[in-house]
Write a protein of this length. Structure first.
Length: 119
């Protein structure tokens, strides 16, 4: 049975990041907080830890209003951030800086109960 999803909208502050030591882990800049190996070209985001409690956990599907496609939650941000996502932009630091910081509407997928109660 194919799962079905409800898409929950939410306004967040969006920034961008790259897999370079100054923006991630100095020891392992290409490893996310959940241990995934990051590489340019993937549609991944990091989320502030308060969003984990709202359901944006590891591998949650997310649509971002200014980008095409579906992104996956693959990283966690520092404890100090709130209501924020960080969009992964590979090694293109200039592109990430040009993005800056802005408010966006995201939608994240929550699996709906597809079990029927009828006989």
């Amino acid at each position: 049975m194919t799962p079905s999803y409800e898409w929950i909208p939410m306004e967040v502050t969006a920034t961008a990041y790259n897999s370079v030591p100054s923006q991630t882990s100095y020891e392992h800049p290409k490893i996310t907080a959940w241990g995934d190996s990051i590489k340019p070209g993937v549609k991944w985001i990091a989320v502030s830890r308060d969003l984990l409690r709202k359901g944006l956990t590891h591998n949650t599907m997310v649509k971002i209003d200014t980008f095409e496609g579906v992104y996956l939650v693959k990283d966690k941000m520092h404890w100090r951030w709130r209501n924020r996502i960080d969009i992964y932009m590979g090694n293109n630091i200039k592109k990430a800086r040009q993005w800056g910081r802005r408010k966006v509407i995201i939608q994240y997928a929550v699996t709906t109960d597809t079990v029927s109660t009828s006989p």
